[in-house]
Design a protein around this ligand. Structure first.
Ligand code: G3P
Ligand code: CA
Length: 292
């Protein structure tokens, strides 16, 4: 295991004091199981999928963040969960005549005008829907790891290739990132198959809980199976671990979305490899209390 500590001094050296919380201790937790993953960033405490949510995860000392990637009308990749802008921005106020406010119907410049923070808390007024490029830059700056979700690839033909291109351009497909700092996940098995075909070195995770008898079918291109905690049993975790994934290691399990201490301890007891949570501090405390 290696450790990275980013201090306010280091942030100042990077010229980003105004952007970063004052002190971070971000630990790569390759030797710690299960990993804790901040779902849509630290989304219980900052508006989901914004740079503020990445910063908050860093300030909590959480090495992994999860996000959701979609595409604008003019082909920009942006980080947002829903396929409409309605729930997490002020799009209805800014563009009242553009219902149903689909991400794919707006240009990047239009989306850049939207406030993606006020719906969550007035303190976050002015937060923006980040581009994938800006998001990667922030995650990198914090030395975090990324669980990138390809959202609704059926709506965005070619999006898998486009995501890989941006990842490559931003330095996220080098050996260090691919082996330790990046996993691409999706509910779409076809989307993951495409990612694996285009970049076989990238680790991938299939969201959902496919039947045990079908796990070997996914093992050709999925390194992880990532189910909801409501679908999880110890036997299911064992069954996934018994299958060898595309990179020669046992398939892993990252479970979502676990926000309370009791459930975190339960799924850890099942042997999961990662816990995806809106409340990373709660889960960390539940699982690693002695580490503070
Ligand atoms: O990472 C798991 C989780 O993000 C999948 O569900 O709807 O929050 O993207 P959703
Ligand atoms: Ca997601």
């Amino acid at each position: 295991m290696h450790a990275r500590v980013v201090t306010a001094t280091a942030a100042a050296a990077l010229g980003c004091v105004a952007l970063l919380p004052p002190v971070h201790e971000v630990r790569a937790d390759t030797a710690v199981r299960p990993s804790v993953i901040a779902h849509r960033g630290a989304s219980a405490y900052a508006p989901e999928n914004t740079l503020a949510a990445v910063d908050k995860a860093a300030s909590l000392g959480v090495p992994w963040v999860e996000n959701d990637v979609q595409r604008t009308r003019d082909g920009e990749l942006v980080v947002i969960h829903d396929d409409t802008l309605r729930r997490t921005t002020d799009v209805e106020r800014v563009f009242p005549d553009r219902a149903p406010w689909k991400v794919k119907d707006f240009t990047a410049a239009e989306i850049a005008r939207l406030d993606a923070g006020s719906w969550f808390d007035a303190a976050y007024a002015g937060a923006r829907v980040p581009t994938l490029k800006a998001y990667l830059d922030r995650v990198e700056r914090h030395h975090q790891k990324l669980l990138l979700e390809v959202k609704n690839p059926e709506l965005y033909p070619g999006v898998e290739q486009q995501i890989l291109k941006v990842l490559g351009n931003e330095g996220w497909l080098d050996r260090r990132h691919v082996t330790d700092r990046l996993i691409v996940q999706s509910f779409s098995a076809a989307g993951l198959r495409t990612v694996h075909r285009l970049k076989p070195g990238v680790r991938t995770g299939l969201l959902g809980a496919p039947a045990v008898r079908s796990l070997s079918r996914y093992a050709g291109y999925a390194d992880l199976i990532n189910p909801s905690h409501t679908a999880l049993t110890p036997a299911y975790v064992d069954a996934v671990h018994a299958v060898t994934g595309p990179h020669g290691a046992p398939m892993r399990v990252f479970v979502w979305t676990v926000d309370d201490a009791a459930t975190a301890r339960t799924v850890a007891g099942y042997g999961v490899d990662g816990v995806i949570t809106d409340k990373a501090d709660v889960v960390r405390r539940a699982l690693y209390r002695r580490q503070g």
